[in-house]
Design a protein around this ligand. Structure first.
Ligand SMILES: *Cc1c(COP(=O)(O)O)cnc(C)c1O
Length: 362
């Protein structure tokens, strides 16, 4: 029995993606590799129908945080005035990245379960003091989908550039690409795109890459990667196998109907699971309508520890995810990303019923 991963990445793979990852040995200085790289760059822009003249997809080796750090250090000058919106672990990580790179950032902080206060954001941006806004689209800490469409409109009105951590939303949620304020977003291959770990990416307005002045990192400098990739080259050894896997994952995404179909499927799974849990008195941490399609957080029922729930489900082939920090003892999280079939869903519902009825049963 294969283990189904219900953690927010890496995801359970399709057989096609798993095979593609190790199907052939490929040298990264050969034409076949550059064909693959070209296909991926075009395919990634194609997920949201972006034209190659306006946007560039820059591929990097690393985890999602690598892409975010590359985006920040490449596209935000050290004398920029940055506003960071925080309502979870990943928003706070954006502030930390700015700090590490000596970029002055002010933050609007919310509790992890809180929503952004867009009136406050409008007031703060209205001072004209900020050139850039950094924000998380889907705050995976709680499953909250932040209103980045309305945020991008505010940024546009107040002349600030918006850079998004869309690591856990790219490929399954709407991203405000049509807003001129949005200049870049960071993503990874192994969340909603259903690829393997080790490959991440930044989608960026091409003109912005040309404006960047001197590098503040050697390996995270996006213009270096972008220039090489545009010219059928690569500066360093890329994650070739992860690129082969993503090639297949993008084909499957397209066959399945693209990001909107993926969103609908995630939502169907999430709603079915939420409905089942509700019958057992398990409540969502935040309202369903405020959650992403990708992940939901639930309060642990009284008397049931995370370990008991986790271990019971794992014995039955399902890996769920704990809360972070102060939420670790209060919640559990279930992501519906990855290759999860109807049969897997049925087995999961049965497993939940078994564990919630009799938590200690083997
Ligand atoms: C997964 C995730 C990241 C990146 O995490 P890595 O462990 O670096 O891949 C960043 N932001 C959000 C919102 C995420 O869900």
């Amino acid at each position: 029995m294969r283990n189904i991963l219900l953690n927010p990445g890496p995801v359970s793979l399709s057989e096609g993606v798993r095979r593609a990852a190790v199907a052939t040995d490929l040298c990264h200085r050969e034409e076949e590799f550059f064909d693959l790289q070209d296909r991926l760059r075009a395919g990634l822009l194609g997920v949201y129908g972006k034209a190659a003249e306006e946007w560039s997809a820059v591929l990097l080796g690393g985890s999602g945080t690598t892409a975010i750090e590359a985006m920040v250090v490449s596209l935000i000058a050290s004398d920029a005035r940055v506003l960071v919106l925080e309502n979870g672990v990943y928003g706070e990580r954006l502030s930390r990245i700015a700090e590490v790179h000596g970029i002055a950032a002010e933050r609007i902080h919310r509790d992890w379960t809180g929503a952004w206060d867009l009136e406050e954001v409008a007031r703060v941006l209205g001072s004209g003091a900020f050139s850039h806004v950094l924000a998380v689209h889907h705050e995976t800490t709680t499953g909250r989908l932040n209103p980045v469409g309305r945020l991008s409109a505010l940024c546009q009105r107040h002349g600030a550039d918006l850079l998004l951590d869309s690591v856990s939303s790219f490929g399954a949620e709407e991203i405000p690409f049509s807003s001129p304020a949005l200049i870049a977003c960071a993503a990874t291959a192994n969340k909603c795109l259903h690829g393997i770990t080790g490959l991440c990416l930044v989608l960026c307005r091409s003109e912005r890459l040309r404006l960047v002045e001197k590098p503040r990192s050697l390996t995270l400098h996006l213009p270096l990667w972008a220039d090489h990739q545009a010219g059928r080259s690569t500066p360093f050894t890329p994650p070739v196998n992860a690129m082969q896997a993503l090639d297949q994952a993008l084909i499957e995404l397209q066959h399945q109907g693209g990001w909107k179909a993926r969103q609908a499927r995630y939502l169907e799974l999430a709603e079915t699971i939420a409905g089942k849990l509700e019958r057992w008195g398990v409540e969502p941490l935040i309202a369903g309508g405020e959650s992403s399609c990708v992940l939901r957080a639930y309060r642990l029922p009284a008397g049931l520890s995370y370990e008991t729930l986790h271990d019971g489900l794992k014995r039955r082939g399902f890996v769920i995810y704990a809360g972070q920090g102060p939420l670790a003892r209060e919640i559990f999280r279930i992501s519906t990303m990855g290759e999860i079939g109807d049969g897997d869903l049925q087995r999961l519902l049965d497993a939940m019923e078994a564990v919630l009825t009799n938590p200690e049963a083997v």
